[in-house]
Ligand binder design. Sequence first.
Ligand SMILES: Nc1nc2c([nH]c(=O)n2[C@H]2C[C@H](O)[C@@H](COP(=O)(O)OP(=O)(O)OP(=O)(O)O)O2)c(=O)[nH]1
Length: 135
Amino acid sequence: MSQSLLLVVAVALVDQDMRVLIAQRPPGKTLAGLWEFPGGKVEPGESPEAALIRELTEELGITVAEPCLAPLTFASHAYEHFHLLMPLYICRRWQGFVSPREGQTLKWVAPRALRDYPMPPADEPLISALLDLLA
Ligand SMILES: Nc1nc2c([nH]c(=O)n2[C@H]2C[C@H](O)[C@@H](COP(=O)(O)OP(=O)(O)OP(=O)(O)O)O2)c(=O)[nH]1
């Protein structure tokens, strides 16, 4: 069966202690309670980088310059109603202080501890790439 492709962009924000930021999906949303990388859907006409920069301002109140977004890996996962294609960027520099702008719970986590936080099934292979890079 063919499924529509959903393009979502996400980022591993890495702080000076090499910890990665994850956010807990709020109640009422799909995959509620699971931890995810900040990001969201790419809107029509938007580049992936512009979408991510927009989402980071909306969700976390930070400003990211496009050259500070480096492609790391991607997820390709068949959910029940769509196929998710999600590039994961890595970013170590931003302006402003990370704060939860949309009521979500945020956590800075050491890469080795990421597997202690339940994430959407699409994210599982991404953790290995992060561990290879950071751990
Ligand atoms: N931001 C983000 N989304 C993820 C990750 N893993 C994963 O499967 N997703 C999925 C969940 C959503 O279906 C979609 C992101 O949609 P979104 O966050 O922009 O929008 P939303 O919560 O309103 O989505 P929805 O309730 O309409 O499904 O990508 C991840 O690590 N980060």
